[in-house]
Design a protein around this ligand. Sequence first.
Ligand code: ATP
Ligand code: MG
Length: 271
Amino acid sequence: MTNDVHAAGAEAPAAWPIRLEDASVTYPNGTTALKNVSLTIEPGEIVSIVGLSGSGKSTLIRTINGLVPVTSGTIDVGPYEVSSLKGRGMRELRSSIGMIFQAFNLAERVDVYRNTLVGRFAGQSPLRSFFGIASAEDRRIALEALDSVGMLEKVWTRAGSLSGGQKQRVAIARALSQDPRVMLADEPVASLDPPTAHSVMNELVRLNSERGLTVLVNLHLMDLAREYTTRMIGLRAGEVVYDGPASSAKDADFEQIYGRRIQPQDRLETT
Ligand SMILES: Nc1ncnc2c1ncn2[C@@H]1O[C@H](COP(=O)(O)OP(=O)(O)OP(=O)(O)O)[C@@H](O)[C@H]1O
Ligand SMILES: [Mg+2]
């Protein structure tokens, strides 16, 4: 593990479990996006969430890092009970959760290095993040995170000129430079072509196996869930309708989750 952020000595922080108990989310406009969801994800598990558009996948990810409050029920992430947090406690929780999105969310005009270093300021006071005072340790960790996703040679490139797959690698490096205990990914490969999607999924699997990180990833395609994750949770209209091994999920399970038979567009081509 020569490329590991922690090669210089410090141990990777221990991964955290995620526990939802009877969690429901109703948005202010009255839409109920999650209904009585109870789940426990053990530290170091790699779990996919699949379901139709609108089934509540993003809402689930967002409630876990406190972006969307639960209307009832509880969510625990490591030592934190999410709905009781505010201010500093919420910043501490978020600094321990790496987030990756479909849209990468990089600062396009800024170079790869500074986009990655931002991860070191997650959970800092707004003042320190504003001035962005990076220590030698911050810089080392950011560079090692870039190295670990194979992006070190692009360190001075503007993020805006990278390919989609390269942007997603930088987004992963930024999340890694937080030294997270949990990694949440909301459709991280949805804007990528199939080969690039596979390489980014492999990257997530590697973080899970090498660092023992808890990884929760939303995916549109059940094939990706079957190939890269060990456990799959199927959401349908905000309810858990499948929770079991990903590799053995059958077409009948697909029908249960998606409410219809499997079709060609539900498969990811590997050309
Ligand atoms: N901010 C919001 N305000 C009101 N309703 C919302 C909000 N965000 C999501 N919803 C609704 O909540 C439900 C679940 O949405 P969510 O975004 O969690 O689904 P999803 O499974 O991530 O869908 P997709 O695959 O399209 O990303 C949908 O009916 C959606 O319209
Ligand atoms: Mg979504």
